[in-house]
Ligand binder design. Sequence first.
Ligand code: OAD
Length: 259
Amino acid sequence: MTSTHQDIPAALAQTLRDAQRIVVFTGAGVSAESGIATFRDALTGLWSRFDAQALATPEAFRAQPDIVWGWYEWRRAQALRANPNAAHHAIAALARHVPELLVVTQNVDDLHERAGSARVAHLHGSLHAPRCSDCAAPHTLSSSVTEEAGEGRRIAPPACAVCGAPVRPGVVWFGESLPADAWSGALRAAEQCDLLFSIGTSALVYPAAELPQRALAAGATVVQVNPAMTPLDRQAHCNLHGGAADVMPRLLAAAWPAL
Ligand code: OAD
């Protein structure tokens, strides 16, 4: 079933009303309408403008900590300035209508939480939870970002209060494992849910992209929300081609018109 932005299929609204356990799997596209850049969109995606190997690997941090820390501070500044959009709010509202809902996000912003989602698993870590690069002690950052944080600026990482080593961003870099608790909880939820939404993700980055596959294999209905096609289009039961901030509120209204 493929749907344009005009219609939400009645059968999907019914599936949503009947669902007992929902997983909402999100990627950068869910925050796009909050002004946060995605990774792979042509021209605007971060990986079309920046070299991932030079910014998002442990080797890059060891070689040029100031460049890497400065880049993540620039992204943290954007996230702090951004506000949750209608998609984040609709996902938080959806949780109030179903017995069990887990948000599993690849995003490192905190816009799901700021919209009111209580159960959020962060598969790729968080911009807001840095830790020591050596002893892993958590480091508290101020909720504002230094004036220096602009695109391409070098900023020296703070020193760990426990051991003095440089503090690193609390995100997952290429070549690193996902946080074990978040990943095992997400896998369990995907295998036990009756409905999984894949929203605003290119569904290209593994192991995260395995989640819709696990849900499909376990017999769940999989619904994708994305303005563009992804490899998941062929397998999803329903593809809603549109922006998340447009589609998600309409989906909620179709399922619960009295809202
Ligand atoms: P991508 O940039 O790969 O994909 C973003 C997706 O969002 C694309 O499929 C877009 O079509 C879609 N999109 C754009 N605008 C949208 C909108 N308004 N509403 C809905 N969808 C929209 O981002 P991710 O799939 O999140 O990893 O990327 C996965 C991981 O790759 C990221 O977590 C990051 C990156 O490298 C790490 O940094 C470890």
